[in-house]
Design a binder for this molecule. Sequence first.
Ligand code: NAD
Ligand code: UFG
Length: 338
Amino acid sequence: MTIFVTGGAGYIGSHTVIKLVENGYDVVVADNFSNSKKEAVKRTRELAGKDFPLYEIDICNERMLSKIFTIHDIDCVIHFAGLKAVGESVEKPLEYYKNNLNSTIALLSAMKSHNINNIIFSSSATVYRPDNKMPLTEDSLTGGCTNPYGWTKFMCEQIITDTVNATGRLTAVVLRYFNPIGAHESGRIGEDPQDTPNNIMPYIAQTAVGRREFLSVFGDDWDTVDGTGVRDYLHVVDLAEGHVAAIKYATENPNGTSIFNLGTGKGVSVLELVTAFEEATGVSVPRKITQRRPGDIATCYTATGKAKELLGWETKKTLKEACADTWNWQKNNPNGYV
Ligand code: NAD
Ligand code: UFG
């Protein structure tokens, strides 16, 4: 079975490609390197022990997609490609709507023309309304997004669902990720933000390695265990395995859209995460409490029942392992892939 992986040079895509190859799938990767490096693909090939085709294209380009689908007999698409920085999406909404929506539309159109009927889509916990009760289930209310990035995921889910309903032969698995952290155990690939990290884990790692002076903890007056924000941090390798489970599920349950939350089910505060990192690595992370970040919520974690029952998937790796693997990547690659 051949899987077309858009955004396969990125953080989650590269880890997933390795898991796909490990599970016997053939892989074709496409990326425009707007937020990644070719070195990531080189190392992914090394770790996978297999040379797979790579196309440097923009996924918004339906003509190029069509060409690739003529060359390769694709069974399933995993659509990772997209812009993902929440803050940047507020400043550049059109770039986000253009890239994330047009890529999804072009991909679905090209898939339709070439009779490719399975898609796994990278969505996000950010599609849930901020006022839901925790833990979030797949039936929790969506919408009311606080930023354009979140709306792009919400809209792409709708576009996919409508296309599935219209064609009657498409199978879509929408995966709503919680907070992926960690890196491949080899320390060869990992998260490499191109600018100042928005997300906490790369910020912690870059502080630990000396690239940042201190971590700003965005508020200690939230209604949580210690006043800092609580999130559901899952190891990226577990998340990668979630995609393998999703492909199997799509193959065994054709036609329709299925939605799954992928997370650990456990909420961890910012201070708990910093402590876990320090304990796992023996490296201290200077921190300062600063103001709340606009758009943040106190707590976000998932219920895990649906993914366990239907995908047969749950996280295996601990927070400590995720911290140790993040550090292994960062200390071996202090400046990322450069
Ligand atoms: P990433 O930026 O590391 O990877 C995305 C990849 O897509 C990059 O390699 C980028 O160059 C590529 N890309 C972007 N637009 C493209 C286009 N038009 N054509 C071709 N390639 C393009 O991000 P990631 O963390 O690996 O995230 C992967 C997906 O998962 C994204 O869709 C993201 O929104 C989603 N997601 C991520 C998180 C997270 O915290 N990392 C959480 C929820 C959802
Ligand atoms: N935080 C800090 N300091 C930082 C960065 C973050 O204290 O420098 C705090 C935040 O306030 C929050 C927690 O750390 O309490 C996690 O923040 P992240 O930015 O790492 O993650 P978010 O939960 O805000 O958002 C992330 C992705 C979204 C995705 C969402 C759910 O950025 O794209 O997870 O999957 F939608």
